[in-house]
Design a protein around this ligand. Structure first.
Ligand code: NAI
Length: 345
């Protein structure tokens, strides 16, 4: 039996993660959820926004499905783990669990309006360094600076991860993204590291793009790209751009993966404006759970959920308002569950 830690999170988190649970249950996969509370609700109810019980559960399961957690604004309660302080629960988990790569697929689904067809891109964003190491300071009242760190070890690790993922999933081409014409040392090292690793995988196509040129090409002919590997900052930006190519953040899943454990979460936030009203689109968290099922070796169940979701989207009726339908979160979930039950393997 698989054991998975589930963090329902804040806002629409409990609704969309319940949807994913119902759908996984309908596949018959032998999986038990350990529910662990974290986020603003956990913090507001007198506890810690990221209590030790979460880490204890993850130490047992190694796998997390996380709903969106609301970031406390200002200094209300910084997320502290040991002597380390983080701006949000999501960032604290990614850092503490050493999740070095963020995998963000962006592909067209039938029935989801977008400007392009045939987009099917997987983005591998380096998750541990670059400008996000938090070394930023005011030099004086009028000058601020931030330090960008790129290491050979992290750049090779994320590139190797990308190729291994491609090998498992039948992908063909990896494009390394950089700005080494200007940032000759940092991005130069990223590019060189990616090129070195590419030599170990001669069966795959490999090329490189300067990040600004890549952005332009992505919005002109996104269907020509397969997989992208990027340093942290470019990965953050380009992955949202790619989500926009296929219908927006509401349909964008994600995975954060490390050597020891993995965390799967939708890209969108806790949507407090629609929380508790049965309006949230559960698709992004469902697709994140599909990624989780593949990761734990349950590819058949993952394929079945993918197919059921595609069918419900194509029919276009039992989908949430943001997708042009009239169903609520529960109605859309029921339609997917019904489809799974009608097509038992
Ligand atoms: P948001 O993604 O929560 O909402 C932006 C807009 O998209 C809202 O109008 C919302 O109603 C809509 N929306 C989002 N997800 C939807 C869904 N599944 N179905 C239908 N509509 C959806 O972004 P926002 O408002 O910037 O952030 C709200 C809170 O979420 C903040 O506290 C933020 O820090 C947190 N957040 C947490 C993340 C995480 O835990 N990984 C990621 C992003 C934001």
């Amino acid at each position: 039996m698989h054991r998975v830690t589930l963090i329902p999170g804040d806002g629409i988190g409990p609704e969309v993660t319940q949807s994913a649970r119902d759908i996984v249950a309908a596949t018959g996969v032998d999986l038990s959820w350990e529910v662990a509370e974290a986020g603003m609700r956990a913090g507001n109810s007198g506890g810690h926004p990221l209590p030790p019980a979460v880490f204890e559960s993850i130490a047992r399961t190694k796998i997390v499905v996380k709903g969106p957690t609301q970031t406390p604004f200002g200094d209300a309660y910084p997320v502290q783990v040991g002597d380390r302080i983080y701006p949000s629960v999501a960032i604290a988990l990614r850092k503490e669990l050493k999740l070095f790569v963020n995998v963000r697929p962006a592909r067209n689904y039938p029935g989801i309006k977008s400007r392009f067809d045939n987009v099917d891109i997987v983005i591998f964003r380096e998750n541990s360094e670059d400008l996000y190491i938090g070394r930023e300071r005011m030099v004086d009242a009028d000058t601020a600076e931030a330090i960008k760190v790129i290491t050979r070890q992290a750049s090779e690790r994320v590139t190797r991860f990308a190729f291994d993922y491609m090998q498992r999933t039948g992908r063909k081409k990896l494009t390394a993204v950089h700005k080494s014409n200007v940032l000759k040392m940092t991005d130069g090292l990223f590019l060189k590291s990616a090129q070195t690793v590419a030599k170990e995988y001669p069966a795959f196509e490999f090329d490189a793009r300067v990040v600004d040129a890549l952005c332009m090409e992505l919005v002109i002919k996104p269907e020509t790209f397969d997989c992208l590997v990027l340093p942290n900052l470019y990965g953050d930006i380009v992955s949202d751009l790619a989500a926009g190519l296929v219908g927006g953040l509401g349909v964008a899943p994600g995975a954060n993966i490390g050597d020891e454990c993995a965390m799967f979460e939708a890209v969108h936030g806790s949507a407090p404006d629609i929380a508790g009203q049965d309006l949230a689109n559960p698709m992004a968290v469902i697709l994140s759970v599909v990624m989780m099922l593949r990761y734990i070796g349950e590819a058949v169940a993952a394929d079945r959920i993918d197919a059921a979701l595609a069918q419900v989207l194509q029919e276009g009726k039992q989908v949430t308002r943001d997708l042009g339908g009239t169903a609520g979160t529960r109605g859309m979930t029921r339609a997917i569950v019904d489809h799974l039950k009608a097509h038992q393997v």
